[in-house]
Ligand binder design. Structure first.
Ligand SMILES: [Zn+2]
Length: 204
């Protein structure tokens, strides 16, 4: 895998591209994307994705579709509940360190089944418990903030997005690049019904 020329693309430009793509998605005016042999041939020379998206594995939350992007545009890390462990964090590090991708977006979403499982409690089978364990502190913070009833799911979801941002900020590789101002790390929330992505903190 080769490196890229992404240092010439600022995180602000990357963010604008995502917002414009989501506007096309919600308005149903999708861009014509080159997905044929020509584009694949071009990408054999290397990849230079302009954004890293850390999102939920939920089949309704597909970053390439909801940001209306094509082959080679996004470096995507997906886990149920958009939580990160060492492998997921390493994947993000690879993109920002070696591909020079200038923007990381942690993308939560409403009606998240993983967050719901944490809120509803009960036994988690197999390795699902590892995901629930990761979300539980966010649930505790949501409760401590006074969230209850149906609101608890959404507040816990937002807390969980922030928690993943904090986890990524602990990576020395990511920390170093954030300090250099070549990289930004932002949170966002996808709304299943409207198709809209709302960026929650875009100030780095
Ligand atoms: Zn989810």
């Amino acid at each position: 895998m080769s490196t890229s020329n992404n240092l010439t693309v600022s995180w602000e430009v990357s963010l604008q591209k995502l917002m414009a793509g989501n506007n096309r998605f919600t308005s149903g005016k999708l861009a014509n994307k080159e997905l044929g042999a020509g584009r694949r041939e071009e990408l054999l020379k290397g990849q230079s994705p302009f954004a890293v998206i850390v999102s939920c594995s939920d089949s309704r939350v597909q970053p390439e579709l909801l940001f209306d992007q094509s082959l080679g545009d996004l470096f995507v890390v997906r886990t149920a509940g958009n939580v990160v462990d060492a492998i997921a964090t390493g994947s993000v590090e690879y993109a920002v360190e070696h591909l020079h991708t200038p923007l990381i977006v942690v993308l939560g979403h409403d009606h998240c089944g993983a967050v719901k499982a944490a809120v509803d409690g009960g036994a988690a089978e197999g390795s699902i418990g590892a995901i629930i364990d990761k979300i539980e502190p966010s649930l505790a913070r949501a409760k401590a903030a006074g969230a209850a009833g149906s609101q608890l799911y959404e507040v816990a979801t937002d807390e969980n997005t922030m928690s993943t941002i904090r986890d990524l900020q602990k990576s020395p590789v990511i920390q170093h690049l954030l300090a250099s101002s070549h990289l930004a790390l932002v949170g966002a929330k996808y709304h299943l019904g409207s198709g809209e992505v709302v960026f929650t903190n875009t100030s780095k």
